[in-house]
Design a protein around this ligand. Structure first.
Ligand code: ADP
Ligand code: ZN
Length: 547
């Protein structure tokens, strides 16, 4: 029997499934052939099968390194139920129990052994690993090894060394749901993967319609109310950034005659539990929640998810918005945002770590990584590119050109996002960009964006006096240009790397890595603005011609 057939038989025998999902088969075969693998798949795509089937088929024990001790028991029980002998060693067991499990594993009675990364550092475990034939090592949540991801764990840094110290190095399978290019490079490097087969699958959700709406805060509640009014029979989640917001918005909606409940971590457990039950059983169609809502909530027919504020990262947005349309039916994910959301997020980032027990150097590392995540999110708000493509590209997956028809007609619109259905007007803003850049130079990169705009507009405002603005060459240079446009260009320049908005109590505009390009003679800069936005309500199914 070929390895391919053996894998299929095992899939049927242990799990009762007839076929592999996208990506699984390639990973299983690569591991069985002795190759390292990096599998990047969204939660629920079926990563476990990718290492459990090789574990079943390979002769020795498979070591599964997993960060969450609390989930190990469930995983191990499930494996034993389907006939795959599995066990864990962790700190919930006493020494005798641990010894017993290790003895069983050494005797070949266990196919999968789950451990937390901290365990690998103990002498006892190293001794065990040195004398036991290990066929495969699976590293779950592999992104935890990277400081560029969301859940860095220093204990993951020891995994690479552990692997390197094994007398017979088995193939390594690293798995994660969230891996940007940078995180992926870290995983390969820090775990010491050798020429790994990299598989990235399944990040696109063609049944979701992505919609980005730039809206001042004061109009947001009315926008949400009218959306709900037009989608009366649908279940939906509205995510807000703060507990206070969830309660205020739920109250406003109820005042307007829409049934909605608030949900956040600060509510009494029974009240929260009731809100959750009422939503799941369709007693209440709409829940207004913080990001505390969603974990472990299984409702497949959520038809819309609206974000009232911009989340902190694409990872967070993808996870929350992705709660829509689990049943595969057309559903809509709308992100409401404005410039002050960005300012708020940036400010939160600075305050967030101040009270934690970290050195200031550590705090800075975390902040920098969070800033990058935030930049990805801001880019999503501002892009005029297809939102499906932006999102999947962020996760390292290049989408195939949308449907064959589209390829023939030269049309690259996905049909399931607001950018593809909008017309953008392009304005040449080369001179505006140049003036902004000069002005940042004039003030020695010392002031915020508001003041830059004022100087360029030739404002007589009092708060500029200390700069003696009338002496600056760029004072009044953009007198004829509308303030909102100058702001938009400045923000876009920050997103594009010509400027950088330094964090601090007051955000200061400084030069970005590409700043010198703006003085080059052939510098050309454009801004796109939505001219006409489609009123299409929901996605057509299979916007990419399948799935
Ligand atoms: P992940 O670890 O990627 O979050 P899991 O491994 O927990 O995902 O799998 C999610 C669900 O999909 C599980 O219920 C699993 O049994 C199921 N599943 C995995 N592979 C297949 C398959 N080939 N066919 C059908 N269901 C599958
Ligand atoms: Zn699109």
């Amino acid at each position: 029997m070929t390895a391919q057939d053996a894998a299929l038989v095992a899939l049927k025998q242990y799990y009762g499934y007839d076929s592999f999902r996208p990506g699984q088969q390639g990973i299983v075969e690569a591991l069985l052939a002795g190759r390292d693998v990096l599998g990047v798949m969204p939660t629920g795509a079926g990563k476990s099968v990718c290492y459990q089937i090789p574990a079943a088929l390979l002769p020795g024990v498979t070591l599964v390194i997993s960060p969450l001790i609390s989930l190990m028991r469930d995983q191990v029980d499930a494996l034993n139920d389907i006939g795959l002998p599995a066990a864990f060693v962790n700190t919930t067991q006493d020494m005798d129990e641990q010894s017993m499990v290790l003895a069983q594993a050494a005797a070949g009675q266990i196919k999968l052994l789950y451990v937390a990364p901290e365990r690998l550092e103990t002498a006892r475990f190293r001794d065990f690993a040195a004398r036991t034939p290990i066929s495969l090592i699976a590293v779950d949540e592999a992104h935890c090894v990277s400081q560029w991801g969301q859940d860095f764990r220093s204990s993951y840094l020891g995994i690479g060394e552990f692997i390197a110290g094994l007398p017979n190095r088995p193939p390594i399978g690293a798995f994660t749901a969230t891996a940007t290019e940078r995180v992926r490079r870290d995983i390969v490097e820090l775990l010491g993967l050798r020429n790994p087969a990299v598989t990235v699958t399944g990040f696109d959700r063609p049944n979701l319609y992505f919609d980005v709406v730039k809206l001042e805060t004061k109009y947001k509640a009315a926008w949400v109310a009218s959306y709900i009014a037009e989608h009366k029979d649908e279940s939906g989640i509205i995510y807000c950034a703060t507990r206070k917001n969830t309660e205020a918005l739920a109250a406003t909606l109820n005042d307007m005659g829409h049934t909605a409940v608030a949900y956040h971590g600060g509510m009494a457990a029974d009240v929260r539990g009731k809100a959750q039950r009422d939503f799941i059983t369709d007693k209440v169609p709409v829940v207004v929640a913080t990001n505390a809502f969603g974990m472990g909530i299984d409702k497949s027919d959520v038809r819309f998810v609206i974000h009232y504020n911009m989340p902190e990262s694409i990872e967070a947005y993808y996870q929350e918005a992705g709660r829509a349309g689990r049943d595969g039916e057309p559903s809509r994910c709308t992100l409401l945002w404005n410039e002050s959301d960005i300012v708020t997020r940036r400010r939160l980032l600075d305050g967030d770590y101040e009270n934690e027990r970290m050195t200031s150097e550590q705090q800075e590392i975390v902040r920098q990584s969070k800033r990058r995540l935030l930049d990805g999110m801001i880019g999503y708000c501002r892009t005029t590119d297809c939102l499906h493509r932006y999102m999947t590209r962020y996760f390292g997956q290049e989408l195939a050109a949308p449907g064959a028809d589209a390829a023939n007609s030269g049309d690259d619109k996905c049909g399931a996002c607001s950018n593809c259905e909008s017309t953008f007007a392009t304005t040449d803003v080369t001179q505006v960009a140049r003036a902004i850049s000069r002005c940042v130079h004039d003030v020695n990169q010392r002031v915020g964006s508001g003041k830059i705009v004022k100087i360029l507009r030739g404002s007589q405002a009092q708060d500029l006096a200390w700069l003696d603005p009338e002496q600056l060459p760029t004072f009044g240079m953009l007198k004829e240009v509308n303030t909102a446009l100058i702001r938009d260009v400045l923000n876009q320049m920050a997103t594009d790397g010509y400027l950088s908005i330094a964090e601090g109590r007051l955000p200061i505009v400084q030069f970005g890595g590409r700043a010198t390009e703006t003085v080059a003679p052939d510098f050309h800069y454009e801004i796109k603005k939505v001219e006409r936005k489609s009123t299409a309500r929901v996605a057509s199914r299979g916007a990419y011609g399948g799935g």
